[in-house]
Design a protein around this ligand. Structure first.
Ligand code: SF4
Ligand code: SF4
Length: 117
C-alpha cells in the first residue's frame, strides 16, 4: 500500500529541494529505442519520435545529421528523443529502467562566461 503525503507535508518536503544539479543524460549511441524510459516517466516528459516529426528546416536537419555522423542516412528511418526539461522532477526512474545505461542521472552544471574585448 502506498501512503501519500498530506498537503502540508508535501509542501514541506518540496521546500527542502537541495538543488543537486543531478540531471538526465542521454547517450544515443547506447539507446536501443525500447521506450521503457518513456513508459515509466511519471511526468510524461520524454518522447521518442520519428525525426521527421520535429518539423526541422532542411538546413538544420542536415547539420544535425552531420554532427551525428549520419550524412546520407534516410531521415524517415531516424528517431529523436525529446524531453520537456521544465516538467522533469529528476526522479531517476528513466535511468533505473533503462536496460543499456543510455539514460543516466549525472551531475551537470554550466557557467556563463562573457568574452571581454
Ligand atoms: S528523471 Fe523522472 S521525471 Fe525526469 S525524465 Fe526521468 S522519469 Fe521523467
Ligand atoms: S530505456 Fe534506455 S534504451 Fe530504452 S529508449 Fe530509453 S534511453 Fe533508450
Amino acid at each position: 500500500m502506498e501512503v501519500a503525503y498530506t498537503e502540508p507535508e508535501a509542501k514541506r518536503q518540496a521546500a527542502r529541494c537541495l538543488y543537486c544539479h543531478i540531471q538526465t543524460i542521454y547517450d544515443p549511441e547506447k539507446c536501443v529505442l525500447c521506450n521503457r524510459c518513456v513508459d515509466i516517466c511519471p511526468e510524461d516528459c520524454l518522447k521518442l519520435v520519428p525525426l521527421d516529426q520535429l518539423g526541422l528546416e532542411p538546413q538544420t536537419k542536415d547539420k544535425l545529421l552531420e554532427s551525428a555522423g549520419l550524412q546520407g542516412a534516410s531521415p524517415e528511418l531516424l528517431s529523436a528523443m525529446i524531453k520537456d526539461d521544465e516538467k522533469c522532477i529528476r526522479c531517476g526512474l528513466c535511468a533505473i529502467r533503462c536496460p543499456t545505461d543510455a539514460m543516466t542521472m549525472e551531475f551537470f552544471s554550466y557557467e556563463d562566461h562573457q568574452a571581454v574585448s
